[in-house]
Design a binder for this molecule. Structure first.
Ligand code: SPV
Ligand code: MG
Length: 291
């Protein structure tokens, strides 16, 4: 699929009565597992990628690392799932955004998310994190620069609730970002569901909302659909957290057992991994071309 058709496919999925579900990924393998698992889209998560390098999610990794993993996901043979790239703050100001956005479209992203924090950012989920926002006008400039630079969906993310600025400020920012051309508004929150429920009910903007329910996991997808405001739900970090839990368990068990036999039934088989590596396609190539 050409980038434009991928973004159009994603746009068509943003149905507020039945929100699309994106799964996070930190490498092509996790993206492939998300696609094969039935998710509508892949969230190329900055948090997951940073965690996979064992560094904080605070613009420690260079933009090129995130761009390269996005490219690698888009190039998985036979995989055609929209990629939503988490661009943090856009790696600088509106000028940086103008340079960065076409590069993401060129590697095959369908959408980008840009957040209204200052660069360098800090993780929204971090207790006592450094949550400072740029002005509404400055962020409108970044959205306009992003929109002008590609045909991808531009999702504007406000961190007003994360920065404890209150619902009124969050609503004002959301509306201002729609005015600047945003295709959807990601409203992030790390409190009980009440904060996000109240925001969603108050939202009168003409574009769908996007949420990342990490901190209020009790809210089901069906309940979110009933609000009729959210077009996309992002499972923000479940690939990396699942991997960490599984690896810890297996590593501990191997040392405790003094051998690898005990975990055999708990881990993927080698042939399953071959399959994920696209072994079927390589066999086809071997048959066709190796002489
Ligand atoms: C990410 O997954 O990188 C996100 C979501 O931006 S959060 O970590 O909740 O900020
Ligand atoms: Mg992020």
């Amino acid at each position: 699929m050409a980038p434009t058709s991928k973004s159009e496919a994603l746009r068509a999925m943003l149905n507020t009565a039945k929100p699309a579900i994106a799964m996070s990924a930190h490498n092509p393998l996790s993206a492939k597992l998300a696609a094969e698992g039935g998710f509508d889209a892949v969230w190329v998560s900055g948090f997951e990628l940073a965690a996979s390098y064992a560094v904080p999610d605070a613009n420690i990794l260079p933009m090129g690392t995130h761009l390269e993993v996005t490219r690698s996901m888009a190039n998985i043979h036979g995989l055609d799932i929209p990629l939503i790239a988490d661009l943090d703050t856009g790696f600088g100001n509106a000028i940086n955004v103008a340079y960065v956005i076409p590069q993401y479209e060129a590697v095959g992203a369908a959408a980008v998310v840009i957040e209204d924090k200052t660069f360098p950012k800090d993780s929204s989920l971090r207790t006592d994190g450094r949550q400072k926002l740029v002005s509404i006008e400055e962020f409108q400039g970044k959205i306009a620069a992003a929109k002008a630079a590609s045909s991808m969906l531009v999702i504007a993310r406000t961190e007003a609730l994360i920065a404890d600025l209150g619902e009124e400020e969050a609503l004002e920012r959301g509306m201002a970002y729609v005015e600047a051309g945003a295709d959807a508004i990601l409203i992030h929150s790390k409190k009980t569901p009440d904060e996000i429920l109240s925001f969603c009910r108050a939202w009168q903007g003409q574009v769908p909302l996007v949420i990342v329910p990490t901190s209020y996991p009790q809210l089901s997808f069906a309940e979110i659909g009933e609000l009729n405001k959210v077009g996309l739900i992002i499972c923000g970090n479940h690939a990396i957290r699942a991997s960490v839990a599984a690896m810890k368990h297996v590593f501990q068990r191997i040392l405790k057992d003094g051998g690898i036999a005990g975990v055999e039934d708990e881990i993927a088989t080698v042939s399953e991994v071959f399959k994920l590596q696209g072994d079927d396609w390589m066999r086809e190539l071997e048959r066709k071309y190796l002489r």
